[in-house]
Design a protein around this ligand. Structure first.
Ligand code: ADP
Ligand code: MG
Length: 681
């Protein structure tokens, strides 16, 4: 068998017609290899032959019996019935919708046969309805065993699926393993062919720590990391290096009202090296909310402008873009620099003027929303694109973005979502990573308190006092479930309650609003027209509300650690003391108690992200969901932490030049070949 047969469509298998293909497609089984990757979730034990007087109702049994009477009622809707017996008793085998001829052949009178199926009790008799297996004695080995159980959809029964999957699993050609024996042994893995056989024919698929399961998880990681590494190579092509001396930047730093943290200095140095190098920069700054990423990016921008290029700075929302614009104006105030602001709302005349100044090169820095990336916008000499709060982009968008800037354009992303170490490679394997690990020194630590919800009345005087000393308040409403409407209705109720206590001082914001409406409401809050903002979890990360110093989070046990930390980070950006109050319903789970404890003790986003991963596991991590990268199917950063590291090193050692022959099979197995653009053999 050619080894490529597994990449063929399933319709090429015996017994798979158009109808069955359609059903299998619903289970995302389209190619033969998808059958290999569709692991059994358990086994059905049909391995023992039971006597009729030993049967247990509701369980699956295999029995050895003789048919003694076949009964085909001529009345519609009555089932066909075959009465069978062994030396200990009788049982009815019942069929709905089966043809007489077929059953007569299956149940020859007075011959021993094997039947396997789920036993019921009806009219004081044992019965099996539509048994999965009925077979002659000489074929009993096919049935009397542990049979893998697969998740199946309507329209495919176990027996049918088994015949298809056995066709595949029993005929997999021996492949040239891309891992060598020593590596396999040393890391408790297993050779690929054995791995697949075991996963389907033993209990290995049920145990994420079995060598076979680990091998498949490792392969999945490698396929992903290889792809990222390949993308990276494509992006980091040669460019003409930027040429600058950093006296402008130094001047700006001198005039800042604060001292840069060491972390900020280190990251800036890393960026400068990239700018000066011959390879395009594709770097992400990771730093907790409030760690001071913006100023670092502005300093990079001034260096690029000094070397004769233009820059673009993009934010996900207009308010955020406006804040950046205001900051840039202020910081570059002493330099004669044309800075423009562009959003989708910029009016036609102004827009035309901006576009003209961009293509003539007069404008050096353009700040705005994603409107910056419209086709019509042409820079004369774009040298750097900075994108804030990048976690809204996936890998594909990132590489599109890198293309758009042109060959000499460096790319810098900024994210406030700390990612646990284990997942760094999966999320950002195509990029270089800079971390800001320090917070500006003078900032006061946010006081974090927890309170049972029934004591909510104790909050009103506290809020009143905050307002009197000119503070503003966020009130984040219960996340009830993944339903915008329910979350909205609970926010609305809370808004009405709070509004009776603080008339005309309260705003309401939620996810069902249009983007523009949301921005209006946030602006009102920013301008202190409202003092308390009731919201669902939509409040954007990144916006500076220097005056908001109290955040109340209701139903806090519904949120993960990292998300609570993110929410909390929306206060504490000014000089005053801030407070975060977590409201809980009674009867906290152990996990919830742990979460509160961690939050009270730590304000280090990286530490919290690690703890969050431990407490909640994979799919729940907020940065991950927003990253646009799908969950792994087999690998799990909690259970396979070592494999994440191993795969990372493995791919690093391969380098960026992937031997496409060697890894072709692997990449194709995990649908990566097209992304990498190889298709051969
Ligand atoms: P983020 O990393 O969340 O984007 P910002 O860049 O918005 O953080 O910075 C948050 C606040 O901290 C801003 O008001 C900024 O002026 C201030 N800031 C930045 N760096 C420092 C520093 N080294 N010392 C004190 N304040 C700083
Ligand atoms: Mg920011």
């Amino acid at each position: 068998m050619k080894k490529d047969f597994i990449f063929n469509e399933i319709s090429q298998l015996k017994g798979v017609g158009p109808q069955l293909s359609k059903y299998l497609k619903k289970k995302k089984i389209e190619k033969i290899k998808d059958i290999i990757l569709n692991l059994p979730y358990s086994k059905t034990d049909r391995s023992k032959i039971s006597k009729i007087n030993e049967l247990e109702i509701g369980k699956i049994h295999s029995i050895k019996v003789k048919a003694i009477k076949l009964n085909f009622p001529r009345i519609r809707n009555l089932p066909n019935k075959i009465i069978c017996e062994d030396e200990t008793g009788k049982i009815d085998i019942v069929y709905f919708n089966s043809r007489e001829g077929y059953l007569r052949k299956l149940f020859p009178i007075n011959e021993w046969i094997i039947i396997s199926g789920k036993v019921n009790y009806f009219n004081k008799k044992y019965q099996i309805t539509n048994p999965e297996y009925v077979t002659k004695l000489e074929n009993q080995e096919y049935v009397i065993k542990n049979i893998p159980k697969y998740n199946l959809t309507k329209g495919i029964n176990e027996k049918k699926y088994r015949s298809i999957s056995e066709q595949v699993i029993n005929n997999i050609p021996i492949i040239n393993d891309w891992l060598d024996d020593n590596f396999i042994k040393k890391n408790n893995l297993i050779n690929w062919n054995e791995c697949i056989t075991n996963l389907h024919n033993s209990k290995d698929a049920e145990n994420t720590q079995s060598n076979s399961y680990r091998r498949l998880a490792f392969d999945e990681l490698c396929a992903n990391f290889l792809t990222l590494s390949h993308n990276r190579k494509k992006i980091k092509k040669n460019k003409s290096p930027k040429k600058f001396n950093d006296h402008q930047a130094k001047n700006i730093i001198k005039n800042l009202p604060f001292e840069l943290t060491n972390s900020q200095k280190d990251v800036l140095a890393e960026i400068n090296l990239d700018l000066l190098s011959q390879n395009r920069m594709f770097r992400i700054i990771q730093g907790d909310v409030g760690s001071g990423k913006t100023i670092v990016s502005l300093l990079a921008i001034i260096n690029v402008i000094t070397s004769g290029y233009q820059c673009a700075l993009m934010s996900p929302t207009e308010i955020l873009a406006r804040q950046h614009y205001a900051l840039a104006k202020k910081i570059f105030n002493s330099i004669n620099l044309q800075i423009e602001f562009l959003t989708g709302k910029t009016e036609y005349k102004k827009r035309k003027e901006i576009l003209a100044n961009l293509s003539s090169g007069k404008t050096k820095l353009l700040i705005g929303t994603h409107a910056l990336f419209q086709k019509k916008i042409n820079f004369k000499k774009l040298g750097l694109v900075v994108i804030d709060e990048q976690h809204k982009f996936g890998v594909k968008q990132r590489s599109d973005l890198a293309k758009k800037g042109g060959d000499n354009c460096d790319v810098l992303l900024m994210s406030a979502t700390p990612i646990p170490r284990t997942m760094m490679m999966s999320l950002y394997g195509d990029m270089d990573i800079s971390k800001i690990t320090e917070k500006p020194a003078k900032r006061k630590k946010i006081i974090t308190l927890s309170k049972p919800e029934k004591k909510i009345d104790e909050l009103w005087p506290f809020i009143k006092k905050q307002i009197e000393i000119d503070n503003q308040v966020f009130w984040v409403c219960p996340l009830i479930e993944e339903s915008k409407f329910l979350d909205y209705s609970s926010a609305k109720k809370k808004y009405e309650l709070i509004n009776t206590k603080f008339k005309n001082k309260v705003g309401l914001i939620h996810g069902a609003l249009k983007k523009e409406e949301k921005e209006n409401i946030l602006k009102k809050f920013l301008d202190k027209k409202t003092l308390i903002l009731v919201s669902t979890t939509v409040i954007e990360v990144g916006i500076d509300f220097p005056n908001a110093n109290l955040i109340i989070i209701e139903n806090a046990n519904k949120f993960g650690l990292a998300q609570l930390h993110q929410l909390r980070g929306r206060v504490g950006r000014g000089a005053k003391q801030s407070t975060c109050i977590l409201l809980f319903k009674d009867g906290l789970s152990k996990n919830a108690i742990k979460r509160i404890k961690i939050l009270k003790e730590s304000d280090d986003g990286f530490f919290i992200a690690e703890e969050d991963l431990k407490l909640r596991g994979f799919g729940d991590l907020i940065g991950f969901q927003q990253s646009g990268i799908k969950n792994f199917r087999f690998a799990d950063p909690v259970h396979h932490e070592d494999l994440f590291k191993l795969a990372e090193n493995f791919v690093r050692n391969i380098g960026e030049e992937i031997n496409q022959n060697k890894y072709y099979f692997l990449l194709k197995l995990f649908d990566k070949a097209e992304i990498i653009n190889i298709d051969k053999i």
